[in-house]
Design a protein around this ligand. Structure first.
Ligand SMILES: [Zn+2]
Length: 207
């Protein structure tokens, strides 16, 4: 069983499956820990704020590549400070499994953030108000769109984008014709609500 699976399993036991499966809740916790590490190494409060402004002023990255960046920068930081990252992770996970009740109480005291856009489908994720097909899942997305449209029937007024053929990845920023949804309604990008209808239709009885 992989380390990341065991981590996810622990979150499910401590906070429930919904929290374990919610990318925005998970990344909020990750961000908290990353900031705590920076703080522990003496990185200033002021520079942490500057870093947030710098990052949010730049283009949105690709998720899998950003995960790679997280791993590489954590690895090089750990080497510089003489910490074995795998050992530290295993130790913390064992401690966490022993402390589920205490950690549940501690979590109640953590700051709550406002509502954020939720992941709503199997095949894609919403980031900052736009749709992104997970890298490498483009052809699965095309198949899902076609299957969903088939199930909704001929009267449903949407079709696969002629430009990107539903892959959403026509250019670097994603297909501009369909708004990176892979779907058109008339000659316009299909609204996210329509996209969702198609994805939901495709999912009936498929899991
Ligand atoms: Zn397109």
């Amino acid at each position: 069983m992989s380390f990341q699976y065991k981590c996810w399993e622990w979150v499910g036991k401590a906070f429930g499956t919904a929290a374990a499966n919610d990318p925005l809740i998970r990344v909020q916790r990750f961000l908290e820990e990353a900031i705590e590490l920076a703080q522990a190494l003496g990185f200033s409060h002021e520079n942490a704020h500057k870093m947030v402004d710098y990052v949010y002023g730049r283009p949105v990255g690709e998720v899998t590549q950003e995960v790679g960046g997280v791993m590489c920068t954590l690895g090089s930081t750990c080497e510089a400070i003489g910490v074995d990252m795998h050992m530290a992770g295993t130790k913390e996970l064992l401690r966490a499994f022993k402390m589920i009740e205490v950690i549940k109480e501690k979590n109640k005291l953590k700051p709550k953030f406002g509502p954020q856009r939720r992941r709503t489908t199997m095949t894609g994720k919403f980031f900052r108000g736009r749709f992104n097909v997970v890298c490498g899942k483009e052809h699965k997305h095309v198949a899902t769109l076609k299957f969903g449209l088939f199930r909704l029937g001929e009267d449903f007024l949407a079709q696969v984008c002629w430009k990107c053929e539903g892959t959403t990845k026509y250019d670097y920023w994603g297909c501009a014709i369909c708004g990176a949804t892979g779907l058109l309604q008339g000659n316009e990008a299909a609204p996210l609500s329509v996209l969702n209808q198609v994805l939901v239709a495709a999912e009936w009885g498929t899991t």
